[in-house]
Write a protein that binds this ligand. Structure first.
Ligand SMILES: Cc1ncc(COP(=O)(O)O)c(C=O)c1O
Length: 399
């Protein structure tokens, strides 16, 4: 599970080990570029590939994937400014609570479109358009009735803060003349996180298309040509051997091509997790091993303040043990485990700081490295770095 580039790099990391135990994020930029290039090449022409910056806003990552994708999904002024300084590719902005300054990027012409998440968004953007006298391009974010069963988080189909409830959309479209300074470019349906079922994702997109076709027919919306299906394609952290079946997914999209092109609808996929998860590795040195109440624990330099995902999702994060021969603390005894179940915990003072839960290992020694793979998305930036004021990990980029 460790990429070849990272395997080749770990001895260098160990050679440069100073006083402090190793704790680092390693991003395999070559792997990222190959992956994103492949994703883009395998999509049919009616489908545009956007990157959802929130998954990993690291500038080196954004830079690396920029040439392969068609645009960006941003969710804050901070994200927006990173992208505006880098590219002139289309940018979509969507956030449930928007500041006035963020809305103004649309009227300044910096954005391809902005998501409308509520009736108040409609009023505010229409007022903004009236100031300049221009029609502003918007996507209506729909909180649809569709639920994707195998996704881990549902943003729509259940009560959430996102989008406008599907049953209210017809009334809104009927009243569009009340908002003369808005141009509806299409609809946004981001509905889930971490869906692992390709057929279900196709079914979801199909149902979104049917809704758009119906609304276009009933309300005459010639400018509404975008179906933004959001992100939500998953990474199988717990069973990496059963990944989301991208080939089935893209074959299914190919089969829908005639329908989409006939109706002149552009499909946008705004992927985050699926684009960048696999390029990231979080490496942490084992500092101690012990037994409490019949269970084994390994303590690492680092923890869920650097990689929060396994704590947030109460799961074991995929990992590999990288054995290290040299023991830096001679003549003190070197703690070791063989053929046991072990829980790997971080350096925080909370029992929630667990990254691996009761996982079988052949052998583990203090001084070994635990390499967490699939750490490139929602890793570092969703974590609570400042808790306990430990030093931050190092960041390495393999190009
Ligand atoms: C509007 C929107 N689009 C795209 C994404 C990216 O989702 P994912 O990382 O699951 O692909 C998100 C994530 O929250 C989102 O809110």
């Amino acid at each position: 599970m460790i990429s070849n580039n990272v395997s080749a790099y770990l001895p260098l990391l160990l050679n440069n080990r100073r006083e402090d135990p190793i704790c680092a994020y390693i991003y395999d930029i070559n792997k990222l570029k190959k992956h994103v290039h492949y994703l883009k090449e395998s999509l049919p022409s009616y489908c545009s590939l956007f990157y959802a910056v929130k998954a990993n806003p690291d500038m080196k990552i954004i830079h690396a994937l920029e040439e392969y994708i068609d645009g960006f999904d941003t969710a804050s002024e901070g994200e927006l400014n990173k992208i505006l300084n880098l590219t002139d590719k289309p940018i979509i902005f969507g956030a449930p609570a928007k500041k006035d300054r963020e809305l103004e990027y649309l009227s300044k012409g910096n954005l391809h479109a902005m998501n409308i998440e509520s009736e108040r968004d409609l009023h505010r953007l229409n007022r903004l358009g009236s100031v300049t006298g221009e029609k502003l391009p918007v996507l209506i974010r729909v909180n649809s009735t569709y639920q994707v069963a195998r996704s881990s988080h549902k943003m729509t189909g259940v009560p959430t803060q996102f989008g406008i409830e599907e049953k209210r959309i017809p009334t809104l479209l009927n009243d569009l003349s009340d908002y003369p300074y808005l141009e509806v470019k299409g609809f946004h349906f981001h509905a889930m996180s971490n869906n692992l079922d390709a057929l279900d994702h196709l079914e979801f997109i199909h149902s979104c298309r049917e809704k758009i076709v119906e609304w276009k027919a009933v309300f005459s919306l010639p400018s509404a040509t975008i179906l933004n299906a959001g992100g939500g394609i998953g990474i199988n952290y717990e069973h990496p051997e059963e990944p989301f079946d991208w080939e089935t997914f893209t074959n299914g999209l190919q089969q829908m091509k005639a329908l989409f092109t006939h109706e002149g609808i552009q499909l946008i996929l705004e992927l985050g997790r699926y684009m960048v998860a696999d390029c990231g590795f979080y490496v942490a040195e084992v500092m101690d091993i012990k037994r409490n109440h019949g269970e084994h624990f390994a303590l690492i330099r680092g923890g869920t303040h650097h990689l929060r995902l396994p704590a947030a999702w109460k799961m074991s994060h995929p990992h590999t043990i990288y054995p290290v021969d040299e023991w830096y603390d001679e003549p003190l005894p070197r703690p070791e485990l063989r053929e046991e179940f072990v829980t790997v915990a971080g350096e925080l003072c909370t029992p929630n700081d667990l990254l691996i839960r009761k996982s079988y290992i052949e052998r583990l020694k203090a001084g070994d490295l635990v390499v967490f793979s699939k750490a490139g998305a929602y890793g570092w930036t969703i974590s609570h770095h400042d808790f306990l004021s430990h030093p931050q990990p190092e960041f390495h980029y393999l190009e």
